[in-house]
Ligand binder design. Structure first.
Ligand code: GLY
Length: 329
């Protein structure tokens, strides 16, 4: 879909006359005007809320500013929010949509590879607390996800690479054939639309089977328990995708040590991550990571379920006590 078609598509799902577009300062410069024009031409009154780029905007203060802004417009229950951006914007705008007036519609318009293949789909929304990432959130399915793959062509290399971590994740957890195809980074870039479609269809299967993340959907967290800890330990200077890449490599290495998978599976995972230029070293010691992981939202009492690879295309959940988690790191 092209961004110019956004207004007509939104018209099909939003009955009211007002929309708030949430975006960040980087995306504002590139696409906000085109987005607003399309929505205005479809008859909507449009207001925009622009946040600084980066994980810092997923905090409580920005969230409260945003919902106060919505109340001042004022948006009603018939209106909607358009999240134009990457994972931070999608999570923040999605959480505002989930909670403002106890829930209004949100339309996700991903502008990064990571948000196109993962965060814009499936209805997870959240903000961060001082204690950790995504600790306050809600499940709130988007009324619509509009992905213009043309927008992704302008991505800086590092932002593209960030999304590739999630793409590789899909290959490891569910699709050995996709994983094989990803071994050629140039071809992947050429075929990026097809790759996005494939990732979204994998994600859809997991979400359809387990929307509330109590069963198979947890597979989508491969690499994320350690990854989130790395992100948090770095003060979010390490991006989500780079941190997930480190997390996938570390859990693969642990899985070999524990006899949960063969060495060749871990080698394949580290080798493909290397071929996309990821630095897989983790500069934080295990105690720092463990202290953060203890506060992970995935912990259930004394247990945490982590995703471990069995072979390429197949993962499973491994239940560990927090003490066992500390020991295996
Ligand atoms: N990003 C993982 C999930 O949506 O479940």
């Amino acid at each position: 879909m092209r961004l110019e078609e956004l207004g007509c598509r939104v018209r099909e799902v939003v009955g009211g006359g007002s929309l708030a577009v949430v975006t960040d300062e980087n995306v504002e410069k590139l696409y906000l005007q085109r987005c607003v024009q399309s929505l205005t031409e479809a008859g909507f009154a449009v207001d925009s809320f622009v946040v600084p780029p980066g994980e810092g905007s997923k905090d409580g203060e920005t969230y409260l500013r945003l919902v106060n802004f919505l109340a001042q417009i004022p948006l009603t229950r018939a209106d909607g929010i358009v999240a134009l951006g990457g994972g931070v914007v999608g999570d923040l705008a999605g959480f505002a949509a989930a909670t403002y007036l106890r829930g209004i519609k949100v339309i996700q318009v991903p502008t990064t590879l990571l948000s196109a293949v993962d965060s814009s789909v499936g209805g997870k929304t959240a903000i961060n607390l001082e204690a950790g990432k995504n600790l306050v959130g809600a499940f709130h399915q988007p009324a619509l996800v509009c992905c213009d793959a043309g927008l992704l062509k302008s991505l800086p290399v590092s932002v593209y690479q960030d999304g590739m971590a999630e793409v590789i994740k899909y290959g490891v957890i569910a699709d050995a054939d996709l994983f094989r195809k990803l071994k050629d980074p140039e071809k992947t870039r050429e075929d990026i639309e097809e790759v996005i479609e494939r990732c979204v269809s994998i994600k859809k299967k997991f979400v359809d089977a387990d929307e509330r993340d109590t069963g198979v959907r947890q597979m989508l967290n491969f690499g994320h328990t350690i990854g989130h800890a790395v992100e948090k330990a770095s003060g979010y200077r390490i991006s989500h995708g780079s941190a997930v890449a480190k997390g996938m490599a570390r859990i693969a290495e642990i899985s070999v040590r524990q006899g949960w998978c063969g060495a060749e599976t871990a080698e394949q995972i580290t080798s493909i991550l290397n071929s996309y230029g990821f630095d897989l070293d983790i500069a934080y010691n295990n105690e720092i990571l463990y202290d953060i992981m203890e506060k992970d939202k995935k912990r259930k009492g004394h247990y945490i379920d982590i995703v471990v690879p069995e072979e390429i295309g197949k993962c499973r959940l491994q239940r560990l006590t927090t003490e066992e988690l500390r020991e295996i790191l």
